[in-house]
Design a protein around this ligand. Structure first.
Ligand code: SAM
Length: 281
C-alpha cells in the first residue's frame, strides 16, 4: 500500500488480515474446493482473494473502494477465475443477469473479512437475495458473532439471533486476536459460519412481518413481552386488550415473560395467532 501511496479509511472498516494461517483457516472452514464459486466482500488488497483464487473454481469480489480495484487488477492479473466488481455490496442486485453464474453454481459460498460497520446489513442483504449459497464464512466483531450464535435465554439472544437462526445454522468457528490485522481494530474478532438449513426452522408466510414482530417484542429488552406488545398493538389501536390477551393465551405464552426467553418456535406461534386475529378484523 505504501507503494501505491494508500492510506486506509477507517470509515470503510479497512483492517487488513496479515496472517496467512488465519486465511487458510477460513478457507478450510468454508470447505473451498475447485467446485466452489465464492463471493468475497471487501477484498481490500487481495490477501484473502488470492487464497480463494488458488483454491476455488471462481471468485466474485465486491469492493467499494476504487483505489483497491486498481491494485487488485494488477496483483491478481494471473488469476483468470477472479471477477472484480467495483460496487457497494449493499447496492448489488443479485437478480441481475450478470450474476447468473452465481445462481447456477453447483456450490456457492460467501467468504469475507467484513467491514464491521455494516456487518448486519450485509448479512441481511445476502439472506434476502435468494442466492443459493450453502454457507457464509465471515470475519466480524466477536460480540456480533456471539449474538448470531446465542442460545435462547442468554444475554446475547436478540432479534438478530432469531433473524439469522430462522434459516441458518450458526457456529462460531474460531476467535481471532487483534494482532493479525493492520491497523489493529479496537474490538476482538471471530469467524462465524452460517450454514443453510435444508428447511427453515419454522415456516412463516411473510418473513418480514415475522421479523417485525420479533423486533417489536425486543424493543425494550427489560420490559415484559406484554408491555412491548401493548405499545405496538393496543396503543396504536390495532387490537384491544382482550384480543391481545387471547393471542398470547392461544400461543401458550405467559405475557409476563421477556423477549429473550422465547424460542424461535414460540415466536412463530405468536406470529400465527396474531396474524389470524389481525386478518379477521
Ligand atoms: N479482505 C481484506 C482483508 O481481509 O485483509 C480487507 C478486509 S477490510 C476488513 C473490509 C473491506 O471492505 C475493505 O477493503 C473496504 O474497502 C471494503 N468495504 C467497505 N464497505 C464496503 C461496501 N459497502 N461494499 C463493498 N466493500 C466494502
Amino acid at each position: 500500500m505504501q507503494q501505491h501511496g494508500i492510506v486506509m479509511k477507517k470509515s470503510l472498516g479497512q483492517n487488513f488480515l496479515v496472517e496467512p494461517q488465519i486465511l487458510q483457516h477460513m478457507i478450510d472452514v468454508a470447505e473451498i474446493d475447485k467446485n466452489t464459486v465464492v463471493i468475497e466482500i471487501g477484498p481490500g488488497i487481495g490477501a484473502l482473494t488470492e487464497f480463494l483464487a488458488k483454491n476455488a473454481k471462481e471468485v466474485f469480489a465486491f469492493e467499494i473502494d476504487q483505489r483497491f480495484i486498481e491494485i487488485l487488477e494488477e496483483t491478481l492479473v494471473s488469476y483468470e477465475n477472479v471477477s472484480l466488481i467495483h460496487q457497494d455490496i449493499l447496492q448489488v442486485n443479485f437478480s441481475d443477469e450478470r450474476y447468473r453464474k452465481l445462481h447456477q453454481a453447483d456450490r456457492l459460498v460467501v467468504v469475507a473479512n467484513l467491514p464491521y460497520y455494516i456487518t448486519t446489513p450485509i448479512i441481511m442483504h445476502l439472506l434476502s437475495s435468494r442466492l443459493p449459497f450453502q454457507s457464509l464464512v465471515m470475519m466480524m466483531q466477536k460480540e456480533v458473532a456471539e449474538r448470531m450464535t446465542a442460545k435462547v435465554g442468554t444475554k446475547a439472544y436478540s432479534s438478530l439471533t432469531v433473524a439469522i437462526q430462522l434459516e441458518m445454522d450458526s457456529e462460531l468457528a474460531f476467535v481471532v486476536p487483534k494482532s493479525v490485522f493492520i491497523p489493529q481494530p479496537n474490538v476482538d474478532s471471530a469467524v462465524l459460519k452460517l450454514s443453510r438449513r435444508g428447511k427453515a426452522r419454522v415456516e412463516v408466510e411473510d418473513p418480514e412481518k415475522f421479523q417485525a414482530l420479533v423486533q417489536v417484542s425486543f424493543k425494550q429488552r427489560r420490559k415484559t413481552l406484554w408491555n412491548n406488545l401493548k405499545n405496538e398493538f393496543i396503543q396504536k389501536g390495532k387490537l384491544d386488550e382482550v384480543q391481545l390477551q387471547q393471542v398470547l393465551e392461544q400461543s401458550g405464552i405467559n405475557p409476563q415473560r421477556r423477549a429473550e426467553t422465547l424460542s424461535i418456535e414460540e415466536y412463530a406461534e405468536l406470529y400465527y395467532h396474531l396474524e389470524d386475529v389481525l386478518n379477521k378484523l
